[in-house]
Structures are given as C-alpha cells and as structure tokens.
Write a protein that binds this ligand. Structure first.
Ligand SMILES: C[S@@+](CC[C@H](N)C(=O)[O-])C[C@H]1O[C@@H](n2cnc3c(N)ncnc32)[C@H](O)[C@@H]1O
Length: 439
C-alpha cells in the first residue's frame, strides 16, 4: 500500500478505514465502522479518517488514482482536445471530488468523528482544509467544533454527582455498556480539549502537560517587565505591545465619549487602562491579581489617579462584592491571563449582567462589554470555532455581539516573538467583539 496516509504498523482494519475515507467510499466506511470508532489513527501519520478524507484532495495526491484514469486525462490532449476542454474537465472532476469529500466528512461527523484530533504534523482536519483552501470542508469542521463545544459545555454543567462512578464498574460487565463508557471517555477528552482553550498569551489547548500557565502557578511566578511587554517566569507572553491597536479600538468602542463609568479586569501593562484614562471616566475600577503588576501600578501612580479604584486580587473574589454593593458601569473590559474559556464564560454569564447598567452606556441604551478575543488564536480553526461559541454563549446570557475585523501585522517579521516561549497569535485578522444587551 503506497498511500502516504497509512503506515504498515497500523492494523489492517484501521488501514482499511483510512483508505475508504481517502477514497470517499461511504459504503465501505459504513461497513468498516460498524464496530469501530470513527477516530482510529494511523500510527505514523496520526491521520484519522477525517484527516484522510480531506488530505486526499491535496493537489498532486490522487488517492482515487488506480493507474488508468491518470493516463486517460493525459490522453485528452493527445486525442485533440483543447487545453480549455482539459481545464474544464479537470475542474469538473475537482468539483466532484470535493462533493464526495463533503459527503464523507459529513458521514464521519454523523458517526462521532472528533473535529480537533491532531495528526503527526500537528494539524487538525480543519487545518488541512484551511491550508488547501477547501472552504466547504473547513466550514464543516468549524460547525462540528461548535456543536461539540456547545454540547460538551452543557454536559459539563451536568456532571454526575460524586460516587456515581460505581455505575460504570458494574456496567463494564456488558459489551454495550463498555461502549457507553468509551463514549464517555471520548466526551471527557474532547471536553478537556475544548474547555481548556486559553484566553490570552498561551497556545490553544494543544500543549498538554504545560502547567506554567495554570492560574495559581502564573500568579506565584515572577514577572519580567520589558519595554512594552510582560513575560511570566516561564517566558510566556502575558501582554505584548503589538496588541495596542486592539486595545485602543476596544476602548473607543466601549467608551465613545468622556465621562463614563469603567471597569477593567486585568491591568497587564496598563495599555487599555491608559486609553480609558484619556477618555476621562467618571470612575475607573481596575481589578488585578498579580503582586508584581500591582507593584508596577503603585510605582506608576495608578493608586493616586482621581476616580481610579484598584482592587487587589482575583476577579473571582472581588466581583461578587461589587455586584452585592450595586456598583454599575457603562463599560466593562475583561482580559486576564492563565485562565481558560470557562473563566470568561463564567464572568459574562454570572456577573456582567449585574454590573452593566441597562440604562447606561454612551447614550443611555445600555452599557457595553468587551473582552480580548484570543481563544485558540494559534490555529485558525480553533479561533473560528471559539468566536462562534462565545457569540452563542453571549446570546444565551442576554448579549448581542458586534464584530469588527482588525488586520494583525506579521509579528514574526517584526521580531515580536523573540524571547517568548511560544506564539499565541498566528492569525492575520483579529475579531474584536463589542457586546450589548439584547434589545
Ligand atoms: C493580558 S494582561 C491584560 C493586558 C491589558 N488589557 C493591557 O491593556 O495591558 C492580563 C492581566 O490579567 C491579570 N490576571 C490574571 N488572572 C487574573 C484574575 N483571576 N483576576 C484579576 N486579574 C488577573 C494578569 O496578572 C495580567 O495583569
């Protein structure tokens, strides 16, 4: 078998599944997957059936080529057909291949395929579709990611009570229940992958075992303050100067006029707080948890600025008190570090509604909420999934979101990542969210 998707150390059944996926042979897949997970992986390439189905469309890689049709295509010119005919026939053929791949990918998702498994090149099936410019396939992967995350975050809210695990042990006796157990395991794997998506300064959930960005470790680490950036003890970029354009635009959209009441969660190097200050807020609360950042804030005179209230500690410990006191704001911005998507969701579902003045905002039509939208930004497909997920979660929490697209310059060529543990942003465009109460 000389198909690059498969390696001979992989068992024969898995090889057959991957081959059927690459050939977009749904009939064969249906038979082969009867008692097998749709998430088998080739040992060497790491391809799942989804990877195989999409990668089969890689130009120059014709997994449908069994030796004679290639000759037929070359023969078209020999038989007097024009180049235009050939090009047309090729594009028709390409269209049919893509259609077959779309059907296969749909079938695999319907049969439990996981959208974000990584192959040996560190690509998800969606990454391959994106790299090959296969929009329809890419969109299928994004939609599957959104469905998985929404479903699993709901399941996460309904975890079995402690002690319920014993059920599994008893049920393990029977084959069908073992399947259920495997399903549960799969579910919790995906939950981990999607729920641990970082908010800022870290790679997406593709760095298993890296504890440096666990919140408690970060808050206990010594920070290094450089000219226009902060690195933590493990050289993760906590905040970087290239984000200034994004911070400025967020502040402009949240506080389009002077004299508003502002809450900012996460001071960092104070970029957005300095811009809020230019806009002369009536009062300006800042919540910051890291002792080194708080020290810098003291040195920078933030504690003495008129109207500024610095809350020292984690927002989780401070915000409930603000809600209880009845403090209201026209604009709230949230940008923390070493926290995952769950933290952001908790913030806007539990607290923003109680802190944002429904009769406030720039024109009395209600306050506005913004956040740094960097979830999964080291991978386009994760970013697109999370932009959709957060919009849906915000809607459920009572907010409409407007997005503005802001181009991000080539950070590599500008040397932004020198000395930084890993890039947390690789995308060409930032999607800036501004949320307001649903009218
Ligand atoms: C990415 S920086 C914020 C950058 C800021 N937007 C700016 O314009 O400079 C994240 C900040 O959130 C702080 N932080 C992290 N976890 C926090 C928490 N649970 N509560 C409050 N602040 C937190 C970090 O110490 C850090 O200062």
């Amino acid at each position: 078998m000389d198909d690059p998707a498969f390696d001979t150390s992989t068992d024969l059944h898995t090889q057959s599944i991957l081959l059927a996926a690459a050939h977009h042979d749904i009939g064969a897949l249906r038979d082969l997957l009867r008692n097998t997970s749709a998430n088998v992986q080739d040992e060497e390439t790491g391809f799942t059936p989804l990877h195989a189905a999409i990668a089969a469309l890689e130009p120059g890689l014709d997994s449908h080529d069994d030796g004679d049709d290639g000759a037929g295509r070359n023969g078209a010119e020999v038989n007097g057909h024009t180049n235009g005919d050939v090009a047309h026939a090729e594009s028709e053929e390409r269209k049919m291949e893509v259609e077959a791949a779309v059907k296969t990918v749909r079938f695999l998702f319907e049969n439990g395929a996981i959208w974000n498994d990584l192959d040996a090149n560190g690509e998800t099936p969606g990454c391959i579709a994106h790299r090959l410019g296969l929009k329809e396939l890419y969109d299928l992967c994004v939609d599957a990611g959104v469905r998985a995350e929404l479903l699993l975050s709901r399941l996460d809210e309904y975890q079995p009570l402690d002690g319920d695990d014993s059920d599994y042990e008893e049920e393990d006796e029977g084959g069908q229940n073992r399947e259920e157990q495997e399903g549960e395991d799969e579910v919790s794997n995906i939950t981990e992958k999607v729920e641990e998506i970082a908010l800022h300064g870290e790679a997406a959930a593709t760095q298993p075992g890296d504890e440096s960005t666990a919140s408690a470790n970060y808050l206990a680490s010594n920070l290094t303050f450089q000219r226009n950036r902060i690195l933590d003890g493990a050289a993760n970029g906590v905040m970087m100067g290239w984000e200034t354009t994004l911070m400025r635009r967020s502040a402009e959209l949240l506080t389009p006029r002077e004299g508003l009441r502002v809450l900012n969660v996460g001071h960092g190097i104070g970029i957005i707080d300095a811009i809020f200050q230019e806009r002369r807020p009536t009062y300006h609360h800042i919540i910051e948890a890291h002792p080194d950042v708080l020290e810098q804030m003291k040195e920078g005179g933030w504690y003495d600025k008129p109207g500024v209230v610095v809350h020292q500690g984690r927002w989780q410990d401070i915000v409930p008190g603000l809600v209880e006191k009845g403090d209201l704001f026209d604009a709230i911005y949230f940008d923390t570090f070493a926290e995952d998507y769950r933290a952001l969701r908790e913030f806007f579902t539990e607290y923003v509604i109680g802190l944002l003045d429904p009769a406030g905002g720039p024109n009395g039509e209600g306050g506005r909420f913004g956040f740094f939208c960097g979830m999964g930004a080291d991978r386009q497909v994760c970013y697109d999934v999370y932009c959709k997920v957060v919009e849906m979660d915000l809607f459920e929490a009572g907010f409409d979101t407007e997005w503005e697209t802001i181009p991000v310059p080539d950070l590599d060529s500008e040397g932004e990542w020198e000395g930084v543990r890993r890039k947390y942003w690789v995308l060409k465009n930032y999607k800036l969210p501004t949320c307001s109460f649903i009218a």
